[in-house]
Design a binder for this molecule. Structure first.
Ligand code: HEC
Length: 96
């Protein structure tokens, strides 16, 4: 009986571990620290490639983004709240 319980526990451990590693690449990439960042990234990826390919955030300095983002947010017709979420995401991405 004891052996059965131990075997069952090992099985549980094994399956709970494999659950953690079974995520797809997309899920791993989406694992940003906050919901706001995840939202900001989603808006960025959805709204910012209509006129050009998605720009690599790290290719521009924080200073450059301060000028670029308000202009592009206007082009992409982002709501102020969406622009703030994208700005949060860009700022986080530059720091990480
Ligand atoms: C209505 C069209 C349009 C939309 C939507 C748009 N852009 Fe742009 N963007 C442009 C054009 C035109 C340029 C200049 C040509 C280029 O670099 O491809 C540009 C250039 C850029 C650049 C390079 C700026 C530089 O000085 O080199 C960045 C970064 C950028 N866009 C970011 C964004 C982001 C972020 C969004 C979403 C919020 C966005 N764009 C949405 C039209 C757009």
């Amino acid at each position: 009986m004891k052996k059965g319980i131990i075997a069952f526990s090992i099985l549980l451990l094994a399956t709970s571990c494999s659950d953690k590693t079974a995520g797809t690449v997309a899920e791993v990439e989406a694992a940003l620290p906050t919901a706001e960042l995840t939202q900001g990234k989603a808006i960025y990826e959805k709204k910012c490639h209509r006129c050009h390919k998605l720009k690599v955030i790290d290719n521009y300095s924080a200073e450059a983004w301060n000028n670029i983002l308000p202009a592009m947010a206007k082009k992409a017709k982002l709501e102020a709240t969406d622009e703030a979420l994208v700005k949060g995401y860009v700022t986080w991405e530059l720091a990480n």
